[in-house]
Design a binder for this molecule. Structure first.
Ligand SMILES: [Fe+2]
Length: 325
């Protein structure tokens, strides 16, 4: 709302007159922005309750979202599956994702596609790529951002460069939202600079929710992720939108992350997601998740992220009939 009010400033009006196409794009982005948990803390309690209830009712109208985010949680022990099971026996995978909020698919890519992913990471590491645009997607090679005790290099690529990952993204996004959702491949190269990374207040090493409404993230890991390379952790079942303890926390708390000792109050089991090389982690990051700290110096972690809130946005929630067909 604050952003919408800001739009009508005199300066923005001038900008709009001089560049109307950009103005329309910015306006669309603000109006279609998928509801954020960060926006809730500014609201008074009654408005938070109303807003959460309003969007939850809207989510229920999308039959796929209703199935994944509102159905009762059953104990599903298996969370690790092979790519063959995805082809032949996907019901178990759907069940595990529905109940736990994440699954890991092992041995996902052919040698050829795994190698092309590896080449991108090599270029990022050596800073050898000399082009800025690939398939109309801007690439931020060599853009270095030192956060905490971690160095992070990122770059974005067109997902169609990686047909197998593209198919997997289509498969999971259709299953969760009802239609295939377009996205891009975001490459992250994390490197630990100190012996043990310190946990800082503003880092993603605390349990947090990305959004309070359905949020799918798919992460490809070319290497194995062990205890020392900052594995992801998830509170099983925390993606369900009718969890009253999480709802109370959303309404009463003014922060969107919790300290480790606070997780006990949600009465959910914690799962550390250690995985083999060439694995895909599919997770609902509106559930409580975090990245563990790196335990060793000079430890590298390569990941490719696929996110969907840009193309499955607030308007998509209102357009549920299209996603139900
Ligand atoms: Fe997150």
């Amino acid at each position: 709302m604050y952003k919408t009010i800001q739009l009508f400033s005199f300066l923005n009006l001038l900008k709009f007159i001089f560049n109307p196409i950009k103005g329309i794009k910015v306006l669309y982005k603000i109006l279609s922005d998928y509801p954020r948990i960060q926006a809730l803390p500014n609201f008074e309690e009654s408005k938070k309750i109303h807003t959460i209830k309003y969007y939850k009712n809207l989510i229920k109208k999308n039959k796929n979202l209703n199935n994944f985010f509102f159905s009762k949680v059953y104990e599903t022990k298996n969370m690790y599956f092979s790519i063959q099971e995805l082809k032949n026996n996907k019901e178990n995978i759907i069940d595990s994702l529905k109940n736990n909020g994440f699954v890991v698919i092992e041995n996902v890519l052919s040698d050829q596609e795994a190698k092309s992913i590896d080449n991108i990471f090599k270029e990022m590491q050596d800073n050898t790529a000399d082009h800025n645009i690939i398939d109309a997607v801007k690439v931020k090679y060599g853009h270095k951002d030192v956060v905490d005790d971690i160095e992070c290099i990122t770059c974005k690529k067109n997902i169609s460069d990686f047909p197998e990952l593209n198919n997997l993204s289509d498969f999971f996004s259709k299953m969760v939202f009802g239609k295939k959702i377009k996205t891009i491949a975001e490459f992250f190269l994390h490197k630990s600079l100190n012996k043990k990374e310190k946990q800082k207040d503003d880092s993603d090493t605390f349990y947090h929710l990305d959004r309070y409404l359905p949020c799918l993230k798919i992460i490809y890991s070319p290497d194995s992720i062990d205890e020392n390379s900052g594995p992801f952790c998830f509170l099983k079942g925390s993606h369900k939108l009718d969890n009253s303890l999480i709802n109370d926390w959303l309404i009463k708390d003014n922060i969107h992350k919790i300290k480790d000792e606070e997780k006990i109050k949600f009465d959910l089991k914690e799962q550390k997601i250690i995985c083999k090389k060439n694995s895909l982690i599919v997770a609902f990051t509106n559930g409580f998740h975090k990245r563990n700290v790196f335990n060793l110096e000079n430890k590298l972690r390569k990941t490719v992220f696929f996110q969907y809130t840009n193309n499955f946005n607030k308007f998509s929630l209102y357009n549920y009939l299209y996603y139900n067909n």
